[in-house]
Ligand binder design. Sequence first.
Ligand SMILES: Cc1cc2nc3c(=O)[nH]c(=O)nc-3n(C[C@H](O)[C@H](O)[C@H](O)COP(=O)(O)OP(=O)(O)OC[C@H]3O[C@@H](n4cnc5c(N)ncnc54)[C@H](O)[C@@H]3O)c2cc1C
Length: 506
Amino acid sequence: MEVYPWWTDEQKAFQEEMTAFVEEIMPRDAETRWKREFPWDIFKAIGEKGYTGAGVPKEYGGMGMGATGACIAAAAMNRTPGPGRIYVGNMLGGLRQIIEFGDEEQKKRFLPRISKGEIGAIVITEPVAGTDAAAQVTGARRDGDAYVLNGKKRFIVSAGVADRYMVYARTSDDAEDRRKYRHLTAFIVEKGTPGFSVEKINEIIGFENIQNGVLDFKDVRVPVSNMLGEEGQGWSVMTAGLNFERTLISAQTAGWMEELLRNTVPYCQRRVQFGKPTISFLNNQFKVADLVSRLKIARLLSFYTAYLWDLGWDITLECNMAKVYNAESVMASSLDAIQVMGGDGLTPFYPLSAIMHVAKVENIAGGTMDACRMVIHRTAMRQMAQEFKQPRRVIHEELGVPVPTAENPQRAGRVDEDSLLKILAEDYRVNPGLHMNREDMSLHFDVPDEKLDEVLLSLEQKGWALLNRDKKGIALAKATYDGLERAFPKDHYKWFPDWATEDRIF
Ligand SMILES: Cc1cc2nc3c(=O)[nH]c(=O)nc-3n(C[C@H](O)[C@H](O)[C@H](O)COP(=O)(O)OP(=O)(O)OC[C@H]3O[C@@H](n4cnc5c(N)ncnc54)[C@H](O)[C@@H]3O)c2cc1C
């Protein structure tokens, strides 16, 4: 089994132990899948071993192996994709919220229960709120020492079999709170609370021996002591939880990729067509090569992200990247593996089609690929702003073409129409299709924003500049054709390569 140089001896030994444990439970997992039973005994065994405590600190009854330990367990457990999903997303997925936002009493109450294998559920999605999770309408109203919850949630993994439900509900309808994401609050709702029931169990691909359903909340009184974080902090609690869940999901997909290879390679070493094992065909070798590459990259992404978690870094970018890359890769690998195994790959007598099903599930559950990409984009724009600075280019004096420059222009202490128009016109020579943004213009002018706005508006009124506005005001500017003509004589813009002889130019 692959280990990483930064793992502790304890983590390396844990991977071996988990691998052996999963070998033992696989027969029972297969049986419960065919019989469509919930594998209670598997979860009992996991609890007895304390494996759900992999990421729980030791002082709360866990193994204290951090995100790395949780990911080791997640990858190993997913040779059994059903129990693996519950183990990862729901038992461990509810963990981070309590570690980050729970008070001491809540940590002492809930974390040991997670370590002992108590099944939990993450409860965000509603009939009207999917990707737009902030649009939740399930409400929580304060009444004395409790909140009263009313509403419905859907697509909830472990609905009915979980004891602990991490529920997000709306505590404010104020427009400003909504705009600032202060309208949600997180609660732990426990099984058996009056008014809390399962409305429906869904049929979902890949969920043969586990379950997913709709939850109903009718005047459910949840004690204030079960609120995680402050009222209005639900969005932050949810985001912390999703980041951890996405890290774990990315590790579980690595487990599936291992399982695909474990089946595909031995199969095509033994399958003979045209007098040769099918592994000898180059097309099958290339698919196996892709399966290996995706697995190695997926593991690296997952365990690097887990390592950063354990160092206390912000992993928003990495965990979303890992989820997108890994979920799409395992989907592609499951299709390739099935292709390599031909018809046998499509039967449920091998695990490939089951992995294809759960791979598709992970392209949607825990945040769709689009939702994760939205987070990657937003986070990268903020964190990598320095790397996205436009390389500065100027027109080369002799060649007359745009070339990079290491020098910044001298900044003028004042700005007027002529000087600004000349800058916009010069930018047309360098970047004819682009507008200049405020940062580009401020490289030339050391003046207050209001002064620059005043001159830009005046240029716009005269028809010499095109302005593009965002919600903060003028964002981008460009010289119009009239503006170009006003800034410089026509010849200033002309440029022809040497081979363009006069007979070709008018
Ligand atoms: C098997 C399974 C298990 C799940 N488990 C849980 C669970 O345990 N707990 C829980 O709370 N939820 C759970 N979910 C819900 C899951 O998180 C949502 O299904 C998911 O967030 C997408 O929401 P949706 O299905 O309503 O799709 P929609 O939000 O309706 O999206 C449909 C499509 O439109 C795209 N889209 C939506 N908005 C945008 C946008 N702004 N820009 C671009 N594209 C967009 C989406 O990416 C998607 O491809 C589960 C779902 C499934 C299928």
